[in-house]
Write a protein that binds this ligand. Sequence first.
Ligand SMILES: Cc1cc2nc3c(=O)[nH]c(=O)nc-3n(C[C@H](O)[C@H](O)[C@H](O)COP(=O)(O)OP(=O)(O)OC[C@H]3O[C@@H](n4cnc5c(N)ncnc54)[C@H](O)[C@@H]3O)c2cc1C
Length: 296
Amino acid sequence: MKTLIVEIIEPNRLGELMTASRKFCDQPDIVAIGTGDIPGSYHVAYQTQECIGANLTASLGDLIKTNGYEIVLMSATTLGASIAGPLAILLSASIITEATGITDDSMIERPIYGGKAVARYKADTWPLILTIRRKYFEKDTLNGQTSSIPLPVSAGPVKLVTEKIEKAEGVPLEDAEVIVTGGRGMGGAENFSMLKDMAGYFPKGAVGASRGAVDEGWVSPSLQIGQTGKIVAPSVYFAIGVSGASQHLAGIANAKCVVAINKDEEANIFKRARFGLVCDYKNVIPEIVRALREES
Ligand SMILES: Cc1cc2nc3c(=O)[nH]c(=O)nc-3n(C[C@H](O)[C@H](O)[C@H](O)COP(=O)(O)OP(=O)(O)OC[C@H]3O[C@@H](n4cnc5c(N)ncnc54)[C@H](O)[C@@H]3O)c2cc1C
């Protein structure tokens, strides 16, 4: 099937999309957003520096209609979400968002009911606009580079007035291998420093938070994990003082090993955890940090 990837030039995202595209075609086309070389081997590569979804919709729509793309693939990121919906309306296209799997017979899997079940869909009208969740597809190695032709983009309805770069400390949550998350049970902003210490001992460690902790104003909303936060897939996920509400669990469905520390033995997080400690976190986290320090 004729497939188009639409994504910023970022090897992790492109690698995952390339893998997903193989379920539909041998070699997809791409609209690469950003500057620099485009890693990977695409049939045709278009490039633009326009990164505001609303400004890209019309030109993407024209490109898709002219070339007859049947599948349009992008990551389920803020940018992907801002493009996918308007594009589907413009083209009267099918749309499936936040896919976590594609079967060999092209059934699209996505979680529903806050991650409690997985639904399978099959599109029967084309094009299909498909966004995929990060870290659910293995990264393709993206051999080589593809030279591009510019994508003509006419002035759009949205103007970028100012840009504030958020201070990104350490590893982005989506790429972290070990996440140490604190919930409302942490009891205060100052207690997150011990989680930061702990995460710092892991090569790709990062601190996360539940919405409970974010709502208390203890940490930045950019650390929130869950249905309305980041979707993560670390090898090890520490949930500390987190109750395990379904909306939080929706963000960690693909975490390999969950370790829960909670003083309430009835807390829902223990149903998702491989290892659990029923205790006050203040009694164990300093010990864990001490042990990690001695090991390092
Ligand atoms: C539409 C919608 C979207 C949402 N999206 C998200 C989302 O993206 N992410 C998210 O996280 N939530 C989300 N929520 C909120 C979610 O329902 C919960 O309210 C939230 O996850 C609770 O956060 P918490 O577990 O930190 O807090 P609480 O539910 O208050 O739990 C705190 C836990 O800490 C334990 N605890 C307390 N003190 C200690 C201690 N000293 N040591 C150890 N354990 C202790 C308690 O036993 C308790 O289990 C959403 C809700 C809605 C309605």
